[in-house]
Design a protein around this ligand. Sequence first.
Ligand code: HEM
Length: 482
Amino acid sequence: MPGSSISYSDNSYFLKAINGVSSLYQFAANTIFSIPRAFSDTYKIWNNRENFIMSELSQRAETSHIAFGDLGLPFSCLPKIVLVTGGRANILQVADYGEKNGDRAARNLFKDVVDMAGAKTIVNMQGSEAAQQRGKLKPHLLGDLSLAIASEVSQQVFEKGIKNWDYESSFQDNITHIIINVLGNCVYGIPYVEMKYVPVVRNAQSLLFENNAKSAEFIRTKNKMSDMNKALMTEHAASIFNSENYIKSQIELDGTEAEEEKIQMLIDAHGASGFLVEGNLSGITMVAIAYINQSEEIKKNLQEEIRLHADKNIRPDAKTLLNKTDFPYLQCIYKEALRFLTPHALLVRQTSKPTTLKIKDAWGKSTTYSIPRHSVLFSPIRAIHHDPKYWENPESFNPSRFLNNAENEHFFPFSLGVRSCPASTGFVEVVFKVMILESMKYDIQLDQQVEDIAVDTIHAHWKKEYFVNDISCRSESAPRLA
Ligand code: HEM
C-alpha cells in the first residue's frame, strides 16, 4: 500500500551521491589526473562535506545568492552541486523543485527513509500522491478541535512526564518521551509509548543523517524500529481502530477481516515509524526549556507575561496561544527556538532534467541560471538563520529579537511552498507553547550548561546528553489551560 506511514528525514541523502563522486575523484586524483587536491572543491567535500555545503558554499553565495560546487571532473553523469541562499523567493524554488515540473528524481535522495521506516512515506512522494497523504494527515494537525485536543493532551502528557521523570535517562530522552506520547495521542491513536522505545527512535533519527543504509548500525536500528512497530500495533490495535487517526486512515477495511488480519494490516502499514518526525518538535522544546532555565532575564520576562495573564484571568488555550498578541513574549520564544536550532537545517532536491532558477541577488536583481540535469540543489536554512547579515548576534538565544512582531525575510524554519511542513500552521506552535508554559511551573536545572551547536551542521543537536538531578515545583502561578 503506498504511503502507509508518515515520516521524513532531515535530508542528508545527498551525501550518498557526494560520497560516490568523492571516492571516484579520489581515485582519479591519485592515479590518473593528479589534480592538486588542496584546491579542489571535491577534496573539501571529501574532507568535510557539511562544512563545504553549509559554510564554504554559503559564503560563496554571499552576493549572487547562488553558488556552484566545482567537482573538477567533466563527466556529465556526475551530480553538480548548486546552493541557493537569500530570501523567500529564492528558497521557494528549491523547496518546490520537482512538484510543478514533475521531475521524479527530486526526492531520490530520501531513499533511506523508506528503508528505516519500512514503507514509502510522504517525503518519498510527489504531486497528487503526496497531496493525498498530506490530506490524510492534516485533519490531525489543523482545525479548532484538533488544536484544542493538542493543547489538552500536551498539558496532560507533560504533567505525567514530570511526575514520572526518569532520572536515569537524559533530559533529551525524557522530553522526546513526552513529545512521542503527544504525537501518539493526537495523530496516531496510540495511547502510550514506553520509554524503552525512545532510544530506538532517536537513534533512527540520527542514522538518517549518516547516509549509510548498509551499515550494521542502520540495519540493527531498522530492525528495532520494525519490532517496535509490531509491538505497538499489536498492543494498541483496538485504540487505533476505535478513533480517528492517521494510521487508521492508511487501512482500508471491507468489514470481513478477522482480528489477526486487521492487526497484520496495521503492522504492514508501519504507522509507528511516523515517530521519526517528532525530533524537530522535541528539539526546539528542549532547547527552549534549557535556555529559559539558564537565563534569569528570559525567565523573568516570561514569568511576568504569565502573571499578567493570570491577573487578567486569561486562560491559555489553543486559540489564545495561536493569537500572536495574547502571549507576545512566548511567541518570541517560539520563533527564537525555531531560528536558533533550525532543526531542519538543509533543504535538498535532486534534478534529472535541465532546469532554470531565477535568483534574486543581494541587491534584489534577478538573474536566470541554467541548472544542468543531475544536479543536487541545496538551501542551507540553518546557515541563513545564523547569518550575521540578517540577524544581530545570531549565536545568542535572544527571544527579544522578535519583539513587536518583527518579521525577517530570511526566516523559514518549516520550509516554503507546497511541501512545507504540514504541522507548521498550528500543531507545532500549540504543543510547544503548552510545553513551555507547563515547564514554567517547575525548576528544571540541567547538570551543566548546554553546548553550542555548530552552524555548519546538517544535524542540529547537542552531542552530549544532559541530565536533570531534581525537578522542584516553582510556583502555582503558571495558568491552567482552559
Ligand atoms: C519544530 C518542529 C518542526 C519543524 C521545524 C519541521 C520542519 C519541516 C520542514 C523544513 C519540512 C520540509 C522538508 C523538505 O521540504 O525537505 C517538513 C516536512 C514535513 N513535516 Fe515537519 N517539522 C516539524 C514538526 C513536524 C511534526 C510534529 C510533524 C508531524 C506530526 C511533521 C510532519 C512533517 C511531514 C509529514 C513533512 C513532509 C511533508 C511533505 O513532504 O509534503 N513535522 N517539516
